[in-house]
Design a protein. Structure first.
Length: 182
């Protein structure tokens, strides 16, 4: 299935393309964003990091049918990338996202997360969504909790900022649909 454009009240979630790499490269390599990313993210972030990730990881996974990636953009500024959200059909790691710090705290990621999660359950018909996160990442926790997800497991994991407590959050399709009208 090709990744469709999704629309929310304020956002356009546009499918990731190779042409998005320069904007990602400008926004992404900031400690506020990368500190809670998995340790496989190179830090310091290399000059070709976004191009490498988009062309050699993200888009090939989309082509394989195991991932769906969207860039986040405000409807009134559709050429300006704000962040990224992705869904992965892999065990215990189905959704991930980042948002440039200047756009945080305004509900944008919550909006994008609802749209992507609804796509996961009601277009892809997946039975459960699980999202791992660093326990210190309180903003990500609030997005999960507000959408009805629950904490199901804690463990230690390596992140860019080191070995941290990690949490796994979950919601089922039935739980999601009981809370959210698509």
């Amino acid at each position: 299935m090709t990744t469709p454009t999704l629309k929310t009240e304020r956002l356009l979630l546009k499918p990731l393309t190779a042409e998005d790499a320069p904007q990602i490269q400008r926004l992404y390599p900031r400690w506020e964003i990368v500190r809670y990313m998995v340790a496989t993210v190179p830090w310091p972030y290399p000059d070709n990091g976004a191009e490498n990730y988009v062309n050699n990881v993200a888009l090939p996974d989309v082509e394989k049918g195991v991932a769906w990636f969207w860039t986040l953009r405000r409807q009134e500024a559709p050429d300006e990338l704000m962040g990224l959200i992705c869904l992965y059909d892999v065990e215990d790691n189905n959704r991930g996202f980042w948002l440039a710090p200047e756009w945080q705290g305004q509900g944008y990621m919550r909006e994008a997360s609802i749209a992507a999660t609804d796509f996961w359950f009601n277009t892809l018909n997946k039975p459960v969504l699980r999202a791992p996160k660093a326990a210190e990442n309180s903003r990500s926790q609030r997005i999960s909790a507000s959408s009805g997800m629950r904490l199901i497991r804690t463990e230690k994991k390596e992140y860019v900022s080191g070995l941290l407590d990690s949490e796994l959050w979950e919601i089922t399709r039935d739980e999601w649909n009981a809370r959210h009208v698509s």
